[in-house]
Structures are given as C-alpha cells and as structure tokens.
Design a protein around this ligand. Structure first.
Ligand code: OSB
Ligand code: MG
Length: 373
C-alpha cells in the first residue's frame, strides 16, 4: 500500500485518578496520535512518550520532532506491504523507539485492516480475552491506598501492582498484605533503589509478591542479576529492556524471571513479538505493560497480549480506570471475569472518535502539508 498521508496530532486528556510514581506525578496525559492513510483505509497509532524525560529520554516534543523530520519522510509516498519494512526504513535512525513505535502501530492497524483481519490474529495472537491487572500510583495516605485497592478488586481486577519508592515501600506492602492476604500482588519501583538497599528487598521478599519490577537503574541489567541472586521473589525488567538482544542478555545472566513488554518502549510490535519469542523459548513468562494509553494504544497492547506467552495479567485496565471518556468506540470494559475482550473487527477493531480527538487536540500537522487553495 502506498502511504498517502500521515497526520500527527498532540492531544491532552484528564486522568480520572492522579498517577504518582517514584519519578513524578501526573493528572493529565499528553499523547501524540499518528494517523496513516492509504488506499481509502486508515490506521492509528499512539506515542507513549511522556511530557518530560522521566521514564525514558523521549518526550512529546522529541517524538514529534523525530516523527516529523525523520520518520514520516521515510514512509510518505512509499509502498509498504509488511510491518517489517517499516523497521527497515527506520533502521538508520538511532534510538527514539517510542516515536518509531507510534508510526509502526499505525501501519500495523492499516495493514491488518487491508487484510480484513483483527490485529491480534495478524500478529499471531490466540486468546480472545486477556487478564486485566491494575497499576496503582503512590497515594496521599495508606488509608487512601487500601480504599483504592478495595474498589478495584470489587470491580474484578485480577492483580494489583503498587508503585513504591523509598519511604513508601515495606510498611505499605505489609499493610496491603495484611488487609488482602490472597490478592495477586506486585510492586514497581521505577528505578528508585540501589544495590545498597538490599535490606528493603530482603523484607519485601517475605510478602509472597508475584514480582518486583525495575528496582535498580533504568538502564541497568548487570546489577539486577546481583540482586536477583539474593532474592526468592522474581525480578521483572521494564525500563532496561529495549530489544530482543537485551532480553536475551538479561535472561542469560539471571537478571530477572519475568519481562514487562511495552511495545511503545521497544520500538513497536515487531520487536515486542521478538522479545515475547525469546522469553517463550526459555520458559520465561511475559506480561504487557502500559503507559496510561488512550484506547488507541490500549488496542495495540491488548492485541499483543493475545500472544501465547503473555501468561500473567497485564497493566491493561478498562478505559474508565484512566479516562472518563475514551477516544475509541466501544471503550475497553472489564468483563465480570476480570478480563478485557480482544476486539474481533479488522485492524485494532475499535473506531476512533475523530470529533472527540479534535476537541482534545493541542496541535495538528499533516505530511505532506495541505496544498494552498
Ligand atoms: O512503569 O509501568 C510503568 C505508567 C507510566 C509510566 C510507567 C509505568 C506506568 C504504569 C501504568 O505502571 C500502567 C498502566 O498503563 O496502567
Ligand atoms: Mg514499570
């Protein structure tokens, strides 16, 4: 298919709950939404970069720049018949995986629609429902946290992930465990600790956690292997895994027992699937992480999570856990069994509410630029 038009727009959406991690807090989310048009069909993708370089070096600003100046020009007017060709075209550009992924997602949606196939099947996915977990930010008080957890469990979520940081860790996990002895529970530190903090992890080791996510450096693999050797609880890597080669290295040296795959973090669905395959071959389970995506990014994540080695509940919550009104129709809803259904229509399988997108839009541009009348 010849790519005729690429649209980049920045939107802003209010979160239902303020989301605080060890690296900062946000009450609104900004996202770059990419739309690709070819042969009368449309594909959508979402960029997961944050407003500032806190989770990774990419930001809304850098991703727009790289999309506009370097990525879109390599696809516009080109014939693209497979998602792998997108990666080939982007290969000369170093880094910027979130910007690359946003455009790659849109092409996946487009090509799956052209094939009349749901994206999940197009990727090789098998499940028609994915287990839904919830990631809960740092709260103003322990009582507020317990109440929030109680509410989510009442809705049916299958797993709870707590954000931790120094000063909001062992005491908090102990209280949550006491109140909810059987809930599948895990913690995510977003790189807030060092190897010297071994004592904290020794204590966390006693709470029967599913895993401890990214305790050490955001770009570290080596020190995680040192920590993992001293704990019973599995470590899970998020920030420091960007490629299938990173995953192979981490598993080879024993840095973790689980990997959180976020397709936006690793440059798109081709690399995400390759990481899935590396882990599967070694008997290591994976799960799908999230970046507070709108329904567009969520649809790509849900499709990915339908692959067979996604054996643990993901940070794939219903639309209403994030936004009062999602940009897709229908929004993702939590089934009574604590799952999200994998859409069965072609492509991402949900329609995008362009009118709502327009109302949320802060900036908008098209490649090529519209011709003067
Ligand atoms: O580390 O997994 C993370 C959100 C923003 C940045 C980093 C992370 C997260 C989450 C949210 O944990 C997961 C979600 O989208 O529900
Ligand atoms: Mg994480």
């Amino acid at each position: 298919m010849r790519i005729e038009r690429i649209e980049l727009r920045t939107i802003r959406m209010d979160l239902v709950h303020r989301f605080e991690t060890s690296f900062g807090a946000e009450s609104t989310r900004h996202a770059v939404i990419v739309r690709v048009d070819a042969g009368g069909l449309t594909g959508y993708g979402e960029c997961v970069a944050g407003l500032g370089p806190w989770y990774s070096y990419e930001t809304v600003g850098t991703s727009l720049h790289v999309l506009r100046e370097y990525l879109a020009p390599r696809l516009i007017g080109q014939d693209v018949d497979s998602p792998e060709q997108v990666g080939d075209r982007f290969a000369p550009i170093r880094g910027h995986p979130m910007a690359k992924a946003a455009l790659e997602f849109a092409v996946w949606d487009l090509l799956a629609r052209a094939a009349g196939t749901p994206l999940a099947r197009f990727l090789g996915g098998e499940r028609d429902r994915v287990d839904s977990g919830v990631s809960i930010g740092i709260q103003p008080s322990l009582d507020a946290l317990l109440e929030r957890i109680d509410g989510f469990l009442g809705q049916g979520y299958r797993r709870v992930k707590l954000k931790i940081k120094p000063g909001w860790d062992v005491r908090v996990v102990a209280a949550v465990r006491e109140r909810f002895p059987d809930v599948p529970l895990m913690v995510d530190a977003n790189s807030a600790y060092r190897l010297d903090d071994l004592d904290v992890f020794r204590q966390l080791d006693d709470f029967d956690l599913l895993m401890i996510e990214q305790p050490l450096g955001h770009d570290d693999i080596y020190e995680h292997s040192k920590l993992q050797a001293r704990l019973r609880t599995r470590l899970c890597l998020d920030e420091s895994i960007h490629t299938a080669a990173d995953a192979r290295f981490a598993l080879e040296i024993g840095s973790c027992g689980v990997i959180n795959i976020k397709p936006g973090r690793v440059g798109g669905l081709v690399e995400a699937r390759a990481i899935h395959d590396v882990c599967r071959a070694r008997g290591i389970p994976v799960w799908c992480g999230g970046m507070l995506e709108t329904g567009i990014g969520r649809a790509h994540n849900v499709a990915l999570a339908s692959l067979p080695n996604f054996r643990l509940p993901g940070d794939l919550s219903a639309s209403d856990r994030y936004y009062a009104r999602d940009v897709i129709d229908p929004p993702f809803a939590l089934n009574p069994d604590g799952t999200l259904s994998v859409p069965s229509g072609p492509g991402i399988g949900v329609s995008v509410d362009e009118e709502l997108l327009d109302r949320l839009t802060l900036s908008h541009e098209t490649i090529p630029p519209p011709r003067a009348p």
